[in-house]
Design a protein around this ligand. Structure first.
Ligand SMILES: Nc1ncnc2c1ncn2[C@@H]1O[C@H](COP(=O)(O)OP(=O)(O)OP(=O)(O)O)[C@@H](O)[C@H]1O
Length: 187
């Protein structure tokens, strides 16, 4: 199944909060498996994550609950369908939508958002969104769409345009004098 096969559902059939916090826990790497113990338990029926304390002192475990959780067996396309697709549907109905990946280095943000392009089942959120959006546009008659895309890396106050041919070029950060707080990027 691909995103092109997904049927649009009406937004009203699904009740959703405006902001949802979803946690995905990646599998342990080969080196982590050798030298570390997994202290994370995930219950995707209740959306809870339990951190076990392997030391004898202190709390035995701590539990945190989120809107939904994905464990290390979760598949890219399932994450897309359950969590991302409703947002894409809303965007195609004219609403704003944001998908934001946050986490410590090495926790799997790039894998979830971008994935691996050479293996279809490992494609992440971005290619799956694009696939669905362009498939939807191609099937829609008598309606014009405008799709804009930018792709930037912001790292240690340096901004890089990842769609630029010149990957060495840095974009300038400037503060707007009229609004004060808004930072703009100038090409
Ligand atoms: N759900 C997953 N299934 C299998 N491998 C994963 C998964 N998530 C992450 N990985 C692997 O874990 C490693 C770290 O992931 P990734 O590079 O996506 O982390 P990151 O959060 O983007 O890191 P950084 O902030 O340093 O860029 C990669 O080798 C990636 O392939």
């Amino acid at each position: 199944m691909t995103t092109s096969d997904v049927q649009l559902e009406t937004g009203s059939s699904r009740k959703q909060e405006n902001i949802r916090v979803v946690v995905r826990c990646r599998p342990m790497s080969k080196s982590e498996l050798i030298s570390h113990t997994n202290i994370v338990e995930i219950d995707n029926t209740t959306g809870s994550i339990t951190l076990l304390n392997t030391k004898s002192s202190g709390e035995r475990k701590r539990e945190f609950t989120f809107d939904s959780v994905y464990d290390w067996n979760s598949k890219q396309f399932d994450v897309y369908l359950e969590t991302i697709h409703p947002i894409v549907e809303s965007v195609l109905q004219g609403y704003n939508g944001t998908i934001f990946a946050y986490g410590q280095t090495g926790t799997g943000k790039t894998y979830t958002m971008q994935g691996e392009s050479n293996e279809p089942e490992k494609r992440g959120v971005i290619p799956n969104c694009f696939d669905f959006i362009f498939s939807h546009i191609s099937k829609t008659e008598n309606l014009q769409f405008l799709v804009r895309a930018s792709y930037m890396e912001i790292y240690q106050d340096e901004v890089k345009d990842l769609l630029s041919k010149d990957q060495e070029k840095r974009l300038q950060l400037r503060e707007r004098t009229d609004t004060g707080k808004i930072i703009s990027v100038f090409l």
